[in-house]
Design a protein around this ligand. Structure first.
Ligand SMILES: NC(=O)c1ccc[n+]([C@@H]2O[C@H](COP(=O)([O-])OP(=O)(O)OC[C@H]3O[C@@H](n4cnc5c(N)ncnc54)[C@H](OP(=O)(O)O)[C@@H]3O)[C@@H](O)[C@H]2O)c1
Length: 269
């Protein structure tokens, strides 16, 4: 059953940039009220202005660092007081990496896992009870192509994105009949700052472009898919998958050694 996001409150993390920003603007264009999170308040203000310009709906900024457990707890307390109870939580904020498993320090590995998995679990755990008591809501996880098929030089990122996808399959089954929709979005390559923000083996941002990301789809494509999924589209969405990525996914399932060789040679596809 399709339900419009008009009048609904969406809390979107990672809304200061890329996919989260695009999803927020698309949701606002369709009449949703949006709570926008990330660390950079100024960039969130810009997204809020773009959301308000889209259809004049309310947009609130809730800046905090997802890596800080106390800040997460405070944000989850504060979020429903801004625009009302959260109808949909979009767990989009995240970071990737560009180093082999052997090159990656334990600290850098743990940092990616903490942000891309632990912090998402914590937010879901804190927001879900409100949805359950109201008998409605939608949880969205932004996983990745690498949450379906691992790739070289993304050891913790591949692990975290598989982990969140697995958790969401579990939740979808457990929450069947509760009125709560559980959606997983798997973007392919998307033209955002994600590669620049990727960590190297020592845990520092690489600050480097990645030709696959530069040649990826516009974040608006994924933003639209996220909002459509909240409105009742498929529970698992592969967004912006090129023919090459579809072929890669097929190979990874049917011929995993061939996929390993190909993804190692081309670093992706
Ligand atoms: N781009 C792609 O090709 C691609 C492909 C598959 C999946 N994805 C996934 O899509 C999601 C969005 O990424 P993107 O491509 O839009 O990248 P992006 O432009 O780098 O955006 C990342 C967002 O996450 C937020 N964030 C990062 N660390 C945070 C922290 N510690 N606390 C709070 N917020 C934090 C950033 O906000 P601040 O900087 O303001 O903190 C920013 O808004 C990620 O989960 C990513 O893994 C991206």
């Amino acid at each position: 059953m399709r339900t419009s996001v008009a009048g609904k409150v969406l809390w979107i993390t990672g809304a200061s940039s890329g996919i989260g920003r695009a999803a927020a603007i698309e949701a606002a264009r369709r009449g949703a009220r949006v709570v926008l999170s990330g660390r950079r308040a100024e960039a969130l203000d810009e997204t809020a202005a773009a959301c308000k310009a889209a259809r004049g709906q309310a947009a609130a900024v809730l800046a905090f660092d997802l890596e800080n457990p106390e800040a997460r707890a405070e944000a989850c307390e504060a979020a429903p007081s801004l625009l009302g109870p959260i109808d949909a939580l979009v767990l989009n904020a995240g970071m990737t990496q560009r180093s082999t498993f052997m090159e990656t320090s334990a600290e850098a590995f743990d940092r990616v896992m903490r942000l891309d998995f632990d912090a998402q679990v914590d937010l879901a755990r804190r927001v879900l009870p409100g949805m359950v008591s109201r008998g409605s809501g939608c949880l969205v996880a932004v996983s990745s192509f690498v949450g379906l098929a691992g790739m070289p030089r993304r050891p913790a990122y591949s692990a975290a994105k598989h982990a969140i996808a697995g958790l969401f399959q579990n939740l979808r089954a457990e929450l069947g009949g509760s009125g709560i929709r559980v959606v997983t979005v798997y973007p392919g390559y998307v033209r955002t700052a994600v590669a620049h923000n990727a960590l190297d083996g020592s845990g520092r941002p690489t600050g480097k472009a990645d030709p696959n990301i530069e040649g990826g789809v516009d974040p608006a494509v994924v933003g639209r898919d996220i909002v459509r999924a909240i409105e009742g589209g498929p529970a698992e969405v592969r967004s912006g998958f090129t023919l090459k990525l579809r072929f890669g996914l097929f190979l990874s399932r049917r011929l995993p050694r061939a996929w390993a060789r190909m993804s190692a040679r081309h670093e992706g596809l």
